[in-house]
Design a protein around this ligand. Structure first.
Ligand SMILES: Cc1cc2nc3c(=O)[nH]c(=O)nc-3n(C[C@H](O)[C@H](O)[C@H](O)COP(=O)(O)O)c2cc1C
Length: 248
């Protein structure tokens, strides 16, 4: 019998050497079982009435998430792959959407792990879940930096605290102590005081140009509705979309 960190998994080995397992959930597993997701009233989604393009539908759902009181509805998960092809993911703030180009805009330090991953492999996915509405949106596409002037302008419109945090830099490097961070932030504050137009060296607005966008409407009876938009005419300069339902 082998112990599993969460539940208890009893392992037996059959005569042919294959492993057979039974699973008994731990207290954590039981707690989760008692809280199935999306067992509440959720809004309907009528795919027949969906627009021809995904950005207007995304904006519509985002506005509804704001109105439903979803906390931080603009926070999405950005997934990338590292140099070894290993996936990585973290949340960040959606800055804007570009309807004409089907672009999702976010900002990050080009020297951070995600910035380096995007430089090596400029394809990514953004995903968001709005629990109050039981809605998920998944966006996949190619990522490229916006023009430097756009990044600089976006930076200068940030709060002083956010600018100082970006000027400190070294994101995701090991930090010796919180006092070391405070010292670096004080130095960054002095630099910003001396030059209020200063922009952090690696600060970059990125644009993910979607080639695929999926809208997922959860249903308490598990009759979830999924609608996937796929971009056509890639490389022709012409943006057109088709959409199809997906089996849930
Ligand atoms: C709510 C929230 C919003 C965030 N927004 C951003 C953001 O807009 N840009 C960013 O670079 N990191 C943001 N972060 C931090 C990232 O999740 C991540 O910790 C950081 O960017 C380092 O990621 P990396 O090591 O993969 O580069 C946010 C974190 C949280 C919890």
């Amino acid at each position: 019998m082998a112990q599993h960190p969460g539940g208890q998994r009893t392992e037996q080995y059959g005569a042919d050497g294959h492993r057979a397992s039974t699973y008994r959930p731990s207290a954590v597993g039981e707690m989760l079982r008692e809280r199935p997701p999306m067992v509440r009233d959720l809004p309907p989604f009528e795919p027949d009435a969906a627009p021809a393009e995904p950005v207007p539908l995304f904006v519509d759902w985002l506005v509804q998430a704001v109105e439903a009181g979803v906390p931080d509805p603009q926070v999405m998960t950005l997934s990338t792959v590292d140099a070894d092809g290993v996936p990585d993911a973290r949340v960040l703030v959606l800055r804007d959407v570009d309807t004409a180009e089907a672009g999702w805009l976010f900002a990050a330090d080009a020297a951070s792990p995600k910035g380096r991953q995007l430089a090596l492999s400029p394809m990514a996915a953004l995903s968001v879940y709005w629990p109050q509405l039981g809605r998920q949106v998944r966006v996949r596409g190619a990522v490229e930096p916006a023009p430097a002037a756009v990044s600089a302008d976006e930076f200068r419109h940030r709060s002083p605290g956010a600018r100082v945090a970006s000027l400190v830099g070294r994101q995701s490097e090991p930090l010796g102590s919180l006092a070391a961070y405070d010292l670096a932030a004080e130095e960054a504050q002095l630099l910003l005081d001396a030059d209020p137009q200063l922009v952090a060296a690696g600060h970059t607005v990125y644009v993910l140009r979607a080639h695929e966008v999926e809208f997922w409407q959860g249903d308490p009876g598990r009759r979830h509705v999924r609608l996937r938009y796929t971009r056509t005419g890639l490389g022709t300069g012409r943006i057109a979309w088709t959409h199809t339902l997906l089996w849930p």
